[in-house]
Design a protein around this ligand. Structure first.
Ligand code: NAG
Ligand code: NAG
Ligand code: NAG
Ligand code: NAG
Ligand code: NAG
Ligand code: NAG
Ligand code: NAG
Ligand code: NAG
Ligand code: NAG
Ligand code: NAG
Length: 493
């Protein structure tokens, strides 16, 4: 209760501090900003925003702690509907451990053969630790869902450490046999359990088999990944290491295997812990001759930020996992300035899209029964609470739909961040984030669009992507007010 009052006081202070009604606040400051959007200068194609039900957390959303079927549906709709959260990417976790301990995902390979020649006794329970249900309900609200199936590790029997946790390498990649592991992070590679056998094809077949099981369920997997944070060994959960050279040794097997089974499927590389760590892997992969053995560069935002374009051979990149990690639940837009607030996420996305040509942005969990801050929706038995982070995603992705192209947008001031995206039907989404503590009067000049109206959707401490105004666009130009510490998305048609 005490904490609540403190928060309310902060909300009032934040609002009062930035209020344009305080006429002295901006004395001597130029409060006009001019924005130029050039639809003829095109950058990356967008894939969308997303989240994950990995590690068994999908089951939280499907009743494990009492969320009723009606609310299960509402939570899915809130996340994935084009008119609410606007998400269109779902990252599923391919399990690697046959024994179902808490937090580990059911694996399709319960017991391993003693040699890579098999036979492989795959099994499927049609459930995949509630990820099938999450996929199917998300598809109901977004039929064009982009599902990313990603493994944290190969099954233990295919690795030089013999278990799916504790890092280690796929048997068959350079360094995995224990005698040539210079530079490897894997302590146990010195005593390799690979016995000089090569399990790369077995692991590739196993990943493809997982995609086939989803196909049987009527669910198409759009992208397949073999790694999660291969630059990091957390020891205690499913994990597997790889540098870019070792990734080359495996992707040269996985890439043709995946394409032979599913010609349209995308193969990712490599979900590193940070943007810099990902660039490092991509550089090594390219140096080893593997720059064309993946379709999408995937990275997490934990250990470093995107600051410049990725060093791919033209492939797009997606931020595939990030959340606060250790903080307590924070549902606010802009109250404490804490890194997990919605307003901050609007800026993280701006920076990734504009500075690193990022095509998609995936929060860690979708929903979770918790008091922590790792999900977009917090569940408490049959109640649910939405973090303002979801409104930041919605401010981009309800309007810049999958397939849209980012185009050039320039702002005359540093504290007004503008990006622009042209949808496949020619409509334009222009998210504007005003980081100033006062309102700006904005004039926008547009080229490369025939839009005649601009509808404005406001997100701040009091609004969640709320339509507030419609402006006429005349001669490729319009003027609008942008509120302090707010995201205002203009949708032009
Ligand atoms: C506010 O503005 C008025 C009129 O310009 C001026 O007289 C007054 O001194 C200002 N107050 C402060 C605290 O700056
Ligand atoms: C204020 O900023 C706008 C846009 O950057 C600029 O066009 C205008 O000349 C500036 N006005 C003054 C008085 O500096
Ligand atoms: C899926 O499996 C989980 C246990 O992992 C179980 O709680 C849930 O009821 C199952 N869902 C369905 C639809 O069978
Ligand atoms: C499965 O997980 C358990 C618990 O983490 C671990 O002890 C065991 O070694 C794992 N099995 C394999 C084959 O990786
Ligand atoms: C290597 O041999 C050991 C001992 O027989 C066995 O436990 C292990 O599973 C083998 N590893 C592989 C990758 O075949
Ligand atoms: C899955 O992909 C196949 C092949 O591209 C396509 O024919 C089918 O319509 C897709 N199914 C769904 C449910 O999207
Ligand atoms: C906006 O969303 C928050 C949760 O993020 C909710 O608490 C609040 O009531 C919503 N406000 C409006 C005006 O819908
Ligand atoms: C164009 O596409 C956008 C994004 O999908 C959609 O919201 C809008 O309604 C479409 N406009 C028309 C005129 O169909
Ligand atoms: C915007 O367009 C108007 C009218 O064509 C023009 O006068 C103005 O210079 C343009 N502003 C910028 C910043 O391009
Ligand atoms: C705008 O209209 C012109 C004339 O109809 C057309 O040629 C052009 O493709 C349109 N531009 C866009 C971006 O839709």
């Amino acid at each position: 209760m005490k904490a609540m009052l403190w928060i309310l006081t902060l909300v009032e202070a934040a609002v009062a501090g930035g209020s344009p009604a305080d006429s002295n606040y901006t004395q001597g400051i130029n409060t006009t900003v001019s924005v130029v959007v050039n639809g003829f200068v095109k950058y990356q194609q967008m894939i969308g925003g997303g989240c994950s039900g990995a590690f068994g957390v999908a089951c939280d959303q499907f009743g494990r702690y009492g969320l009723s079927p009606a609310n299960q549906d509402i939570v899915t709709e809130t996340l994935f509907s084009e008119n609410i959260g606007g998400l269109s990417v779902l990252r599923n976790d391919i399990g690697s451990n046959g024994s179902s301990t808490d937090g580990s995902i059911f694996s399709i390979l319960g017991t391993c053969p003693s040699t890579p020649d098999g036979p492989f006794d795959y099994t499927w329970d049609g459930n995949d630790t509630c990820q099938v249900q999450l996929s199917k309900t998300a598809l109901k609200y977004n039929p064009d869902l982009f599902i990313y199936a990603d493994a944290w590790s190969a099954p233990g029997c295919m690795k030089n450490v013999g278990t799916d946790d504790d890092g280690g390498l796929i048997c068959g990649v350079r360094g995995s046999y224990g005698n040539d592991n210079e530079g490897s992070q894997s302590e146990s590679s010195a005593s390799s359990q690979c016995n000089n056998t090569d399990w790369r094809q077995a692991y590739a077949d196993y990943l493809v088999q997982y995609v086939k099981y989803y196909q049987q369920e009527g669910v198409n997997i759009s992208m397949l990944g073999a790694y999660n944070e291969p630059d990091f060994n957390p020891v205690t959960y499913a994990s597997m290491e790889s540098d870019g050279y070792q990734a080359k040794d495996f992707l040269e097997v996985l890439y043709p295997t995946a394409k032979a089974a599913f010609p349209d499927i995308k193969v990712s590389c490599c979900d590193a812990t940070g943007a810099r760590q990902e660039r490092n892997i991509l550089y090594e992969l390219s140096q080893a001759g593997g720059e064309n053995l993946f379709d999408v560069a995937t990275w997490h935002n934990y250990q470093s930020n995107p600051e410049r374009p990725f060093n791919t051979a033209g492939q797009p990149n997606i931020m595939t996992e990030w959340a606060d990690g250790t903080g307590s639940w924070n549902a606010y837009w802009d109250v404490t300035g804490q890194l997990a607030e919605g307003f901050q996420w609007a800026l993280y996305m701006h920076n990734a899209f504009v500075n690193s040509d990022t095509s998609g942005y995936t929060h860690w969990w979708c929903s979770q029964q918790t008091t922590g801050d790792n999900a977009l929706v917090r569940l408490q038995n049959d109640e649910y609470f939405v973090a303002a982070r979801l409104w930041a995603f919605a401010g981009y992705f309800r309007f810049a739909r999958p397939g849209s192209i980012r185009v050039d947008a320039q702002s005359s001031v540093e504290n007004v961040y503008v990006s622009a995206f042209v949808n496949t039907n020619g409509s334009v989404a222009m998210p504007v984030v005003n980081a100033a503590h006062f309102a700006y009067d904005m004039t926008v000049n547009l080229s490369g669009t025939n839009a005649t109206t601009a509808k404005a959707y406001l997100t701040d401490n009091e609004h969640n992507v709320t339509m507030v105004e419609t402006y006429p666009v005349r001669g490729g130009s319009f003027s609008a007010n942008v509120e302090p510490r707010a995201m205002k998305t203009f949708f032009l048609q």
